[in-house]
Design a binder for this molecule. Sequence first.
Ligand code: GDP
Ligand code: MN
Length: 378
Amino acid sequence: MMLTEADGKRLLAAHGIAVPHSVLVDDKTPWRPSMEKGALRVVKAQVPVGGRGKAGGVVLCRSDEDVSNALKRILGSSIKGHVVRSCLVEDGVAGRETYLSVMVDADAGGVRLTFVAGGGVDVEAAAHSGAARSIVCEANAGAAIAALDELLAGESEEDRIAVERLALKLVEMFFDERLILAEINPLFLSKAGAIAGDAKVVIDTNALEQRESLRTLVERSPQTYPEAWRKLREGFDLVELDPEGRIGLVTTGAGLSMMLVDELVARGGRPLNFCDIRTGQLRGDPARLIWILEWLAAKPHLRVVFINIFAGITDLTEFAGLLVEALHRVPDLRAALVIRLVGNGETEARSLLAREMPDVSVFVDLEPAMDRAIEAAR
Ligand code: GDP
Ligand code: MN
């Protein structure tokens, strides 16, 4: 699975590799004009695909106005089938463009290191013309470091030192994070050294469980990495029980959630899923709620979303606020809502919901809430 450039660069930076200064702009974090005369900024769409430059997803900007216009055009647009939810606004970097990558080469049965001194977007063409130098070695850090020496032997001393310093860190990252591909194109070379102008990082989703660094990236962006996110969760948070189910469940607590599924079935209802959203882990972020609501909204037989939260420590007022925000962010959800909230802060939570969503009935007792859900699903 490919990471967005922003996440790839987070990983590079965490391994000591220089990346340009940047800010990540999305609908929650607007761009603050700040350019000095003559400066260069690059607006870059954050979608997990390569070739954004050619698809109009990378724009070089000479003024704040250029940046604003580029953001207006790119945010919310679609690039190669991916909706652009955020953009990097990066300080432009000067220097010669080169190319560096480390990848698993299954056919050759090892790890392939590639360097192109000429760089540029079209590396395949470079490989054909012989400008790309590439070495396959055994899949361990020692062999890769020896291969690096050989790979860079033809470069000027200045370039060799700069590239090698960075490449050692890239090799270390590649093995530490058990990556499939770590590619930097362009890798800028100048008097200031080597700076990663782009990051194309492909991770092995089977390594997610063991690599906290990768897990953190996936968990903070469920919308960007829905499958990996779900893979991390599946088995305990969200399980599809009946693809033709009509009642979508947003519930917390494994035991209570299972009981609710059974009770609904006993009353002739068709619950679509089991869910343990773990309200205690939301920490003021609606992302998880948005993800589940989007997942439910895509189900063709969905008629009703039943939200049942029995809160011990969780503050229901906060939960209700997040729920309202999440519902606003998922306009495609065309299903009836049945909400039952019990526990800490329920009075304020209920008045907040009455204010924000006056048409939705919020229940205290489970029985009438279940009856309403089953009725709405008919
Ligand atoms: P990709 O097309 O998805 O690989 O996106 P890149 O981030 O590689 O950007 C495409 C091209 O834009 C690069 O190959 C560069 O030519 C150019 N570019 C991107 N960032 C910079 C920068 O900071 N300075 C300069 N001069 N060019 C840049
Ligand atoms: Mn690139």
